[in-house]
Write a protein that binds this ligand. Structure first.
Ligand code: AMP
Ligand code: GLY
Length: 440
């Protein structure tokens, strides 16, 4: 009898969950969500060949809101988690909240207005200035104030940081050594180098330090701080070559000690959440705070209104608590009643990419052995299924995450599997975590 009751109770609470997106981040969030007893069916839109192994992919574009609505109603989805920034900036959360047919569906993500924290550098800098959040000194400029812009550049020391205001596929930030070249590039940006995204340019003071990323889950009133992570952005070993979406990540970050993280909490996270309240921003979901540690002092480099990729592939494995009640509480604005537990172990991820990335690369190569890896979690990023085979479908292909008592051990597991998984023109950085060993 009691067994039957227990079963009914458990069953009652189960729900169908939809995750929007198709990368390693979404596979990692899905992997964590799938471990919850509260999940009945897990869906991804559009997902990839890895998400198909833990849920069901639905071939719908996350920016096609009407099509999403049909899927949500048809599949009786109760919770939607938005992975990437584009649907957020395009207003997917506003669409869901305004639509009467979707009034019982919870959605985790900020409104389009709040998503401007990522969608517009100028908006983000003004937010930080308004709420006294430490960040680099800056000036936002347009073609009509070019003279003022040159004067501001002249007042700074090299190198010069120029940022396209809008989303520019991760390419909109230039760091330039010479003043003459900075002036030249500034003019080119204002003249449309990054299209509409660089009609406004943010000129910033250069901050010298070491970067890390801090993540928060918020309901707009209270928050839970998630494990922090360090990303490896450049394509080449020793942080050389072009910027990528991220070639690997480590969590925890050994130099982010308690003193530093306490400063992050009081000087950055708390004023950020207070800022949401004061500005009446409708913010539910993840906040990704890109930080520079400048001689022990944290400065915000950027806000993203979503989780990082590949940081999520180390953050999720370090969360011990069931994430579904936390996502529900974020959507219901009851996060103040929740707490979160972490695993103290080290998590690392090593990204396998297509040769040529982040420039031109080929797709469609068969991937072998991804299902035979032991000691790691294989998160798919750019993969798809073709004629029953898993093939490469993007620049970043697979993130191999491992968790162990030491960073070295975690890295050993990931590198072992980075060798094991095969596809034509595979490349990965062999120095993930190297720079952090001095702080251990
Ligand atoms: P963002 O798109 O704002 O994250 O900038 C891309 C990268 O440029 C960051 O990850 C930093 O490495 C670098 N960067 C951005 N702003 C600054 C700054 N003010 N000082 C030094 N480096 C910066
Ligand atoms: N890894 C950096 C990002 O997700 O933007």
């Amino acid at each position: 009898m009691s067994h039957v009751l227990y079963f009914c109770k458990k069953h009652e609470k189960q729900m169908n969950i939809l995750i929007l997106g198709s990368g390693g981040r979404e596979h990692a969030i899905g992997w964590k969500v799938a471990q919850s007893e509260l999940v009945s069916q897990l869906y991804f839109a559009p997902g990839n060949a890895g998400t198909q192994l833990i849920g069901q992919n639905i071939n719908v574009d996350p920016e096609n809101f009407e099509a999403l609505k049909q899927v949500v109603l048809e599949k009786q989805i109760e919770l939607v988690v938005v992975g990437p920034e584009a649907p957020l900036v395009a207003g997917v959360v506003d669409f869901f909240k305004k639509n009467i047919d979707l009034k019982n569906v919870r959605i985790v993500g900020p409104s389009a207005e709040a998503a401007q924290l990522e969608g517009s550098k100028d908006y983000a800098k003004a937010f930080m200035q308004r709420h006294n959040i430490p960040t680099a000194r800056y000036k936002s400029v347009q073609t009509q104030n070019l003279d003022e812009a040159y004067l501001f550049l002249e007042s700074l020391k090299a190198p010069y940081v120029l940022k396209a205001d809008g989303l520019a596929a991760g390419k909109g930030v230039l760091i330039i050594d010479s003043l003459e070249e900075a002036k030249h590039e500034l003019k080119a940006m204002l003249d449309g180098k990054f299209g509409a995204a660089s009609q406004t340019v943010v000129i910033e003071e250069f901050l010298s330090g070491i970067e890390l990323s801090v993540f928060v889950l918020t309901d707009g009133q209270s928050y839970l701080t998630l494990p922090e992570a360090k990303d490896y952005k450049r394509i080449g070993e020793g942080d050389t070559g072009l910027n990528t979406g991220g070639m690997g990540a480590i969590s925890p970050v050994p130099f982010a000690d308690k003193t530093f993280m306490d400063k992050v909490e009081t000087q950055i996270i708390q004023p950020t959440i207070e800022g949401f309240k004061k500005d009446r921003l409708d913010y539910t979901g993840f906040v990704f705070i890109g930080l520079m540690n400048v001689e022990g002092e944290p400065y915000v480099i950027e806000y993203n209104v979503r989780m990082g990729d590949p940081e999520t592939e180390v953050v999720m494995p370090r969360i011990a608590s069931d994430i579904v009640p936390l996502l529900m509480a974020a959507a219901d604005q009851t996060l103040d009643q929740k707490s979160i537990d972490f695993h103290n172990d080290y998590a690392c991820t090593v990204m396998l990419v297509s040769g040529g990335y982040p420039e031109a690369y080929e797709k469609g190569f068969e991937i072998l052995e991804s299902e035979n890896c032991t000691d790691s979690i294989v998160f798919h990023a750019g993969t798809s299924e073709k004629d029953g085979q898993i093939v490469t479908a993007g620049g970043r292909v697979i993130a191999i995450s491992s968790i162990a008592a030491s960073m070295d051990k975690a890295l050993d597991f990931s590198f072992k599997n980075a060798e094991r998984i095969q596809f034509r023109k595979k490349y990965y950085r062999k120095d993930i975590g190297e720079d952090l060993k001095q702080y251990l």
